[in-house]
Write a protein that binds this ligand. Structure first.
Ligand code: AHM
Ligand code: MG
Length: 338
């Protein structure tokens, strides 16, 4: 029987044979993967573990936190504090960055995460996930206070050194890039290990499947109205083919479907999101997903700009997101810029 390649072995080989990652980055990804295992176990207990329902608090975005949002955030913070690989962490669930406590050594990386993405699906037993992004901490960055530390995070997505997501679905998967393609690992629950199940993921350039929340249709801008109308016109329309629609409302699940068989995902700008800048968050949703999608041969834009090129001006900045199969993303991006 062929030997299984664990996540630890994959990372060691990326470090030793290819020189793609450092020892500290290897430790970081390994620790994040263990935190994702712990989150997966907590989710798996569901009502039996008393983890469902509201936490009774709001996050910085003014959204009601679920118990599992808070628990997942705590798991990621605790797991990453002690390793000596991080300078600071930032999360969807925290207003300001979390500094590594003084009792632990500090490292050269910054970690951002959405600890539990797809909050509206937690209590209804539909796939949810964790999204993370890794940056290098700039030399000389001021980490004296959480307020001062925010500046160190404000780097474009092109500066990411790793990104990934875990999907807690029928199986728990970890999808990872360290800038050397995209690899998929499946959690073997008996072994307590992520095992490599797919390497060099490639998203087909063409697709017949789109994902968008259609209930927002009347608020969309003209280019998205045009594109969706053309897809709905099917074979008889200008695109000459019939399309199918899927919308899980967990970005991780929608993106993972695109990783698996192609498609286009859109959470575009619309008139009710204008003041906020969009729905999805740049630093811990759009950027890591855009990095993964590009590494798999797809494309990711706001409609007007490549997501990875955006210079962030705040930690919780929101952006429009259009990503997936390259030819379709290029088409709708062209409609915005025409
Ligand atoms: P969350 O991070 O609070 O869960 O919000 C992000 C989620 C995405 O996973 C998903 O694509 C989107 O919000 C769904 O939004 P909507 O409920 O408007 O369809
Ligand atoms: Mg989210």
């Amino acid at each position: 029987m062929a030997q299984q390649r664990t996540l630890a072995r994959y990372l060691t080989e990326e470090q030793r044979n290819k020189g793609v990652i450092t020892g500290d980055l290897k430790l970081l990804v390994d620790i994040v993967s263990r935190a994702c295992q712990a989150i997966s176990i907590a989710i798996g207990k569901g009502g039996l573990g008393g983890v469902l329902g509201e936490a009774g608090s709001d996050n910085v975005q003014g959204e009601a936190q679920k118990k599992l949002d808070v628990l997942s955030n705590d798991i990621l913070l605790d797991a990453n504090e002690w390793g000596g690989h991080l300078a600071a962490m930032a999360s969807e669930e925290m207003d300001l960055p979390h500094l590594v406590p003084h009792r632990f050594p500090k490292g050269e990386y910054l970690l951002t995460f959405d600890p539990l993405d797809g909050s509206s699906n937690i209590d209804v037993n539909v796939s949810i996930g964790t999204i993370f992004s890794v940056l290098k901490c700039p030399d000389g960055a001021d980490l004296s206070t959480p307020e001062a530390a925010e500046k160190a995070f404000l780097q474009p997505g092109t500066a990411q050194v790793a990104a990934g997501y875990a999907v807690y679905g029928p199986t728990t998967l970890l999808v990872l890039t360290v800038g050397d393609g995209v690899a998929v690992f499946t959690l073997d629950r008996e072994q307590g290990q992520f095992i490599l199940t797919q390497e060099n993921v490639q998203i087909p350039a063409d697709t017949k499947e789109f994902a968008i929340n259609m209930s927002n249709q009347r608020f969309w801008e003209a280019p998205v109205q045009r594109y969706v109308a053309e897809m709905q016109a099917g074979k008889e329309g200008p695109l000459g083919k019939d399309y199918n629609m899927r919308w899980v409302a967990s970005m991780v699940a929608d993106v993972h479907r695109i990783m698996t068989r192609g498609g286009i995902f859109m959470y575009p700008m619309d008139s009710k999101l204008k003041d906020k800048g969009g729905k999805l968050r740049l630093m811990y949703e759009a950027n890591p997903m855009a990095f993964l999608i590009e590494q798999a041969g797809g494309a990711a834009t706001t409609g007007r700009q490549r997501i990875l090129d955006i210079q962030p001006d705040n930690l919780h900045q929101r952006v429009p997101v259009i990503l997936g199969s390259k030819n379709e993303v290029d088409r709708v991006t062209g409609y915005h810029t025409a």
